[in-house]
Design a binder for this molecule. Structure first.
Ligand code: ADP
Ligand code: MG
Length: 446
């Protein structure tokens, strides 16, 4: 936690104050463009607090002509308040991420309308009638376009901020800007990469049911070595500008629209961190569904559909990333045209592209597994599991997720393709009739 001190001490900007529901209309009225978009007079604007995330205040404002979404960072973690002070800088990084990726987001993110640097307040397009993808997955609703749209967003934003598509100076500017996102990187480093493998009061696994699992993770040298490799990979591989928190709770959907929100964890790092985060959360949702004991046929069909989304996501990401590369005629210091004629589809260039994507897959696999572990053991749990009321049942569906995640990290050579990963799901399926997966009773006697 020592590293958190610097983040906590960041002074508040001059003029900063925490906005309450009744302040919002007054703030928006100062901006003629936003006032016009809302229409009518401020007295006619209806403000609703919709914060359901871990960190910030979020308000939806409706006027006679339309709506906007207002997001303000607070000097603490919203769900932990006084116990966890946090720099308000994160709204700056979220707005910077929205700005930088806007040309490549292909309409798959809300539009940034305004950033108020004093109040650390973002005003953005209000999405309606969108729901959070995670909630849709929990409810068992299919959104057939969502995974492909997130893949499209990831492929385009990551490709266009990588060394493939930039002179190094442009990439270095991104590194220089986003490497200052200290407070949220401290959260990622601690909550994702360190805490789950230590005794830590912030860990929130189901106890006593998963005590043996938590102990096993702490004592597993091979696992901790794999995590160390990827923690260092995360810190020392500035491959592209990451969203940094690309899970199913950062995606809003309707049947025909998908948007990626909440880029406050932006960081220049390995591409596989974003793709792995998304895949890891789909897999968690697949495991959580095993807790549904009624209508087995419907449940199994939905789980098959989730598994298909993992495949669609990776395949589409892979194909779109390569398509952007194929069409790229701009500057590139990574693969300069003076070495590789972009119009000549040479064996060498094809081999380099395949190598690049294989490396992204290896990272994706590891970061997906690390995400799965931290969401079962660490501080920030996911609703897919926490909505399972019975703790014993929750632990029972989390144990096979942990078993798969461990194997993905320690034996990555078993998972060279997305297909092999998906085939392995049946081996780790709690619902398999002959399932011999570790059970918490057996583990606690281990
Ligand atoms: P946090 O960073 O605190 O996790 P999020 O950015 O995830 O906050 O937003 C919290 C919630 O606010 C989302 O789950 C969603 O319900 C709502 N929300 C966020 N952005 C928008 C938007 N542009 N339009 C409509 N609702 C939004
Ligand atoms: Mg957030």
């Amino acid at each position: 936690m020592a590293g958190m001190d610097a983040a906590q001490q960041t002074p508040l900007p001059v003029g900063y104050r925490v906005l309450a529901n009744h302040d919002i209309s007054h703030q928006l009225a100062q901006r003629p463009d936003i006032a016009a978009a809302l229409g009518g007079t401020p007295a006619q604007w209806h403000v609703r607090d919709v914060a359901d995330g871990n960190l910030n205040s979020v308000f939806l404002v409706e006027g006679p002509n339309g709506g906007v979404c207002v997001k303000q960072s607070l000097p603490w973690v919203r769900v932990a308040k006084d116990d966890w002070p946090l720099s308000v800088e994160r709204a700056f990084f979220e707005s910077a991420y929205m700005q930088r990726t806007e040309p490549f987001a292909l309409g798959l993110a809300p539009r940034l309308l305004h950033f108020d640097a004093s109040l650390r307040m973002i005003v953005m397009e209000r999405l309606r009638p969108h729901t959070i993808l995670r909630q849709a997955l929990i409810a068992g609703v299919q959104h057939p376009l969502a995974a492909r749209a997130v893949a499209e967003f990831a492929a385009s934003t990551l490709f266009h901020t990588s060394d493939i598509a930039n002179p190094f100076e442009r990439k270095a500017d991104d590194v220089a800007l986003f490497c200052k996102n200290h407070a949220l990187q401290r959260i990622t480093v601690d909550l994702v990469f360190i805490d789950p493998y230590t005794h830590n009061t912030r860990n929130r696994y189901v106890s006593p049911h998963l005590n043996a699992w938590a102990r096993a993770l702490r004592e597993d040298g091979a696992l901790k070595s794999a995590v160390a490799r990827h923690r260092n990979n995360y810190l020392s591989k500035p491959q592209a500008l990451l969203h940094g928190d690309l899970h199913s709770g950062s995606v809003m959907v309707t049947q025909d629209d998908t948007r990626v929100i909440d880029g406050e964890f932006a960081w220049v790092g390995p591409i596989g961190f974003d793709t792995g985060n998304f895949i890891g959360n789909l897999l968690l949702s697949w495991f959580a569904k095993a807790s549904h004991r009624t209508d087995a046929q419907k449940r199994d069909a939905y789980r098959d559909w989730i598994a298909q989304q993992v495949q669609d996501f990776w395949q589409h990401f892979h194909d779109r990333f390569l398509a952007h590369w194929q069409g790229w005629r701009g500057p590139s210091d990574g693969y300069p045209a003076s070495h590789f004629d972009p119009d000549a589809d040479t064996t060498e260039l094809r081999a380099l592209k395949a190598e690049y994507l294989e490396d992204v897959w290896a990272d994706t696999l590891a970061f997906a597994a690390i995400e799965m572990v931290r969401r079962c053991i660490g501080f920030a749990q996911v609703a897919d599991f926490s909505s399972i009321q019975d703790p014993a049942l929750r632990a029972r569906v989390q144990a096979p997720a942990l078993a798969l995640a461990r194997d993905m990290l320690v034996n990555p050579h078993h998972y060279r393709t997305v297909q092999t990963l998906l085939r392995s799901l049946t081996r780790h399926d709690l619902l398999r009739p002959d399932s011999t997966l570790p059970h918490q009773d057996e583990l606690s006697h281990a």
